[in-house]
Design a protein around this ligand. Sequence first.
Ligand code: TYD
Ligand code: MG
Length: 455
Amino acid sequence: MAKAPASFTCTACGAVHRKWSGKCDACGAWNTIIEEAPLSSGPVGRSLGAAKGRVIALTTLATEETPPPRTLSGMDEMDRVLGGGLVPASAILVGGDPGIGKSTLLLQAAASFARKGLKCLYISGEEASAQVRMRAQRLGLADAPVHLGAETNLRDILTTLDAERPDLAIIDSIQTMWTDTVESAPGSVAQVRAASHELVTFAKRRGTSVILVGHVTKEGQIAGPRVVEHMVDTVLYFEGERGHQFRILRAVKNRFGPADEIGVFEMTGGGLSEVANPSALFLSERGQAAPGSAVFAGIEGTRPVLTEIQALVAPSSLASPRRTVVGLDAGRVSTILAVLESRCGIPFAGLDVFLNVAGGLKVTEPAADLALAAALLSAREDVALPPDLVIFGEISLSGALRPVGQAENRLKEARKLGFTQAVAPERTKAEGGEGMALRKLPDLVTFTGEMFGAG
Ligand code: TYD
Ligand code: MG
């Protein structure tokens, strides 16, 4: 019988190719295709097949007992990102850069859930149990009723899970797990896929929730690969700048709650502490009013978050000037520069532009457009905006300002933090309220004229 041909898998998107090539046709990434041993075609695991082909009528679901309620860990930021607590039998992926604090976060979460009565098992493939215990001691969690394991063989882990039947199992990390049904090395696409598949299947069959920890590659993807994201119910990313103490847990996919929800933490000597008021934290580093700084009243998930957008504009010696953007969408920035140039007659040609969101938050809302434009103009004109001013609104290609959702919440948060002035699009359905002067403007030309006397 002919030997099964080797396959070539893209480590970025998981696509399988028949030949090696420099570029993956499926996702367009370069140098991501690696050779892998063929996938075994035999049964993947013992737990599979037990309920093969079993179907039930949708109408009978109502008569079955209602699903067990979600469990709250008591870590509010964690519970919020999960969509209101942990759903039984759910599979969750927590991705993040190495060293960002995933193990710390999940050990703290395991301790919190264990104290709420869940049976929690924390399996580390990276550290010995003694090391995990030392970390727990440092975090003040030594007395938490969490069960620890140090194991990388998936078969042994599944056997343990089957015997222990925990309510929550944490697998740290999925890249260290290996199964003997797949020939390639731990961390390869095939191993990660097989191990995730078996663990997620186990979760669904046995009612155990599993949290898989995944390291992220340089390109910002869970190493080997996207397929894990499709398998699980919830995908959370743990982000932050290494130099900063802020950490943001962001839901990018959630079958049981709103996506885009964030939880904010601060890394301290005693582990991660929750930040109940992120706006105050993000604005705390703001000094005196300086040109190039604008405060954006944004919404992250279900709550308002105020952030400072910083811009720097300087003469460029390059033929095509620099556009360096951190924490904002670079395409959006180009669009706004073009609108400023063609609708307001304010050119940025020959000028380097640097944009940054203070505190390491990533702002993806179109509502940030106007604050972004304000920061750019303030930097270009070298005029500081009033320090007690917040801005929000979307800019259309015509230069008109479009109203955005949840204006009331944005203004409320700004009032709470002591801001007294706001600028928003004309058709915004909210009023400034007590102590807040709200100016509603129709377009960007009016805005530049009012704020900078330009236009
Ligand atoms: P870790 O949770 O091991 O990261 P990951 O699992 O994502 O690789 O976190 C490692 C970093 O966190 C390390 O640089 C030290 C820092 N840290 C603290 O600052 N305080 C603490 O209490 C702990 C446990 C870690
Ligand atoms: Mg770790």
